[in-house]
Structure formats: C-alpha cells, structure tokens
Design a protein around this ligand. Structure first.
Ligand code: PMP
Length: 356
C-alpha cells in the first residue's frame, strides 16, 4: 500500500472475499455451469417484457420503497406490508440483519458447513462467528446450536435447505429448537431454496414467523424465480426487526427492473413453479443415478446435490470441467453440483461414473 493510500479498518484485511461459482470457460468444452445454484431456464417472455419496459426509464432512480412489490408480497404471504422488507438479493438482506443486530462482542451462530456468506458478513459487522458442525449425516445439529447460545448471542442462521448439502430440518426438531431460543435472539430461517422442497415434514418458515416474534424468514427471487442476475430478495419479520431492516437498506438498492421482474414473476408463479417441478424431477434422477453408481448422497431438498470427496474434491471438479460441466468445489470437503438441464446433468453423471 502506498503512503498516500487511505487508512482502512485493519480487520477488513483478514476478511475473505465472497467466491462466486466459476463461470463456464470461454471457448472451452464447458457448456454447462452447475456451480452457482442458478435456474437454467431463460426468463419467461412476460418477465422479459416487464424488464424491457422498466429499462426505458433507467435514467430515473427506482421506487426506493419498492411499494408495488412490497404490496404484492404482503398479499401473497398474507402478512402486513410493514413486515416485508426487500433488499439487494437475500444476501443483502442477511447483511442488513446482521448489521442491525450484531457488532463487536456479539455472537452469530450458524451451522458449518453452510452458506459461505454467513462468516463473511458476520466478520464485516465485527461480531464473532460461532460455527456448529453439521452432524455426520450433513444435517443441522439443532441441539448443539441451542447449546451454543450465550448471553452474547444476537442472531442464529438456520439454512433450510442447507447450502451446500441440500439437507433439511423438519418441523418437530425446528419447533423444539425455537422453544429453546431466548426471545431476544433473532432466528433467521434462510429459505432461499424453499420452492424445491417436497418433504411435507419441512415447515414453511412463514408459518413459524406468524407464531414467533423472534423468527425472520429470508427468501429470494434468485433461484426458483430465475432472477439471480437482477438481485432481489426479501425478508418477512415482525417489528422491531422489520423497522431495523428499513433503516439499514441501501438506498435504491433494488433496481426498477428487478422490482418489476419480481412482480411479473409472482404473477407468473404457476408457470415458474412448473419449471421448479421439472427441476425437482431432474434432481431426483441425478440423486438416483449417483446412488446407483455407488455414491453416498445426502437427501437433498434443494436444486443441488452434495458429494463428500475429501482430498479428491479438486480432482473431481477438474474431471467434471474436462467433461464439460463446471461444479463448485469446496477443497478438502466436497463438491456441490447444481441440477440443471437434463443434458448437463447427464454429462455430470457420466463424469461422476468415470471418477469412481
Ligand atoms: N441464502 C442461501 C442459502 C444461498 O445459497 C444464497 C445464494 N447462493 C443466498 C441466500 C443469496 O441469494 P441472493 O442474494 O441471490 O438472493
């Protein structure tokens, strides 16, 4: 750093940067990106039209309060509009939640391994991460997470289904856990992949929010709704959490294109959820295919599968890339593979078979 550089917060230096899923290599044989849990379907024509129409006025700032989208979400989930808060992707809302609740000396609990943004946004806030290992079956250990609560705990993330394992926590265990959490600790149910769940025992976080003032639900338009590139997510939370989210929002953080596309997507929900149904069928096919090859695959309820590969992780990811699909390696641990189009999934299954 040169002498004229601004002085930065020293602790920022130690904070890792968020690593996005690798893009498909330009000009290479890689045709399928299965590394970021995106929706492989292109935008619906009606959604595209709303974005094109909104683009005509991008010389203007968007509606900062996201009024129309908030009203639509309030109606869709039958919650007061004052309990809805939109943000720059659900990761943006998660960052606001930490900012509003935790700082130096405070603790944030989450399972590990889980969504890699949790440690980063916790560290940025100055709070301390308390990571509770998943069970050997790669599921949240909710008893251990409750045991980890101290006077300093401010916020707990429960990622359901969990990224990157796809595993879920079910109603009875989640209720038992919530009963053990003090009322002044916020539990964030991160349901980014909610629409892919088919297990009837997994509760809808919005129902839990209705019964418990310290539960906040995080959802996104990035996955089932296919708007990852537009950056819009939302939380449903009681006061005073909802009020804190309004205060910590980045001004104009959700573009008009994103707001209008999200509204158009909610109105085209039947068609979008039909696509989700097809992806769920593909997911089941991929899981069965892998198991038939002899792999141990945790029960996934998301749009991805998790393979524990330990030291062979990087090698496996390289073999997939060579075959034409990009997957997401977590070196030393395993790979997360998004369920995509049938053709890409077939290439992945073939690569996995060749690796056994
Ligand atoms: N939560 C989880 C569990 C995720 O996997 C992701 C995306 N990878 C997000 C939140 C953030 O999604 P977005 O910011 O696109 O809404």
């Amino acid at each position: 750093m040169s002498e004229t550089s601004p002085k930065l917060r020293a602790e920022l230096e130690g904070i890792p940067t968020y690593k996005p899923g690798k893009p498909a290599a330009a000009g290479g044989p890689v045709a399928y990106k299965l590394s970021s849990n995106e929706n492989p379907y292109p935008p619906l024509p009606g959604v595209m039209e709303s974005v094109t129409a909104a683009a005509a006025s991008f010389n203007r700032y968007p509606d900062m309060a996201c009024t129309a989208l908030m009203n639509e979400l309030s109606e869709r989930f039958a919650v007061p509009v004052s309990h809805v808060s939109t943000g720059t992707g659900s990761v943006g809302v998660a960052q606001q939640l930490i900012q509003a609740t935790a700082g130096p000396g405070d603790e944030v609990i989450y399972a590990w391994r889980s969504f890699e943004a949790y440690p980063i946004i916790t560290q940025i806030s100055g709070a301390t991460s308390v990571r509770v290992p998943l069970t050997p079956g790669d599921v949240h250990d909710l008893d251990a997470m409750a045991d980890a609560i101290t006077d300093r705990t401010r916020l707990i993330f429960v990622c359901n289904p969990n990224n990157p394992t796809g595993t879920v926590v079910r109603r009875a265990e989640l209720e038992r856990f919530l009963d053990r959490v003090p009322g002044d600790v916020l539990v964030v149910l991160d349901e980014a992949y909610r629409e892919f769940i088919r297990d009837p025992e997994v509760p809808d976080g919005v129902e839990l929010y209705r019964e418990r003032p310290n539960v906040c639900v995080l959802r996104t338009f990035s996955k089932a709704y296919g708007l990852a590139g537009l950056r819009v997510g939302f939380a449903i939370a009681h006061e005073p959490v909802a009020a804190a989210l309004r205060k910590t929002a980045v001004p104009f953080g959700v573009s008009q294109l994103a707001q209008d596309a999200a509204i158009a997507s909610l109105r085209a929900e039947d068609e979008l959820l039909g696509r989700v149904g097809s992806l769920v069928c593909e997911r089941n096919r991929v899981v069965e295919g892998l198991r038939a090859q002899g792999w141990t695959v945790p029960e996934t309820q998301a749009n991805f599968v998790w393979l524990r590969l330990g030291e062979r992780t990087v090698e496996f990811a390289a073999a997939c890339e060579q075959a034409g699909v990009v997957v997401r390696p977590f070196p030393g641990e395993g790979v997360r593979v998004t369920v995509g189009e049938a053709e890409g999934n077939d290439i992945f299954l073939k690569a996995a078979e060749g690796f056994r």
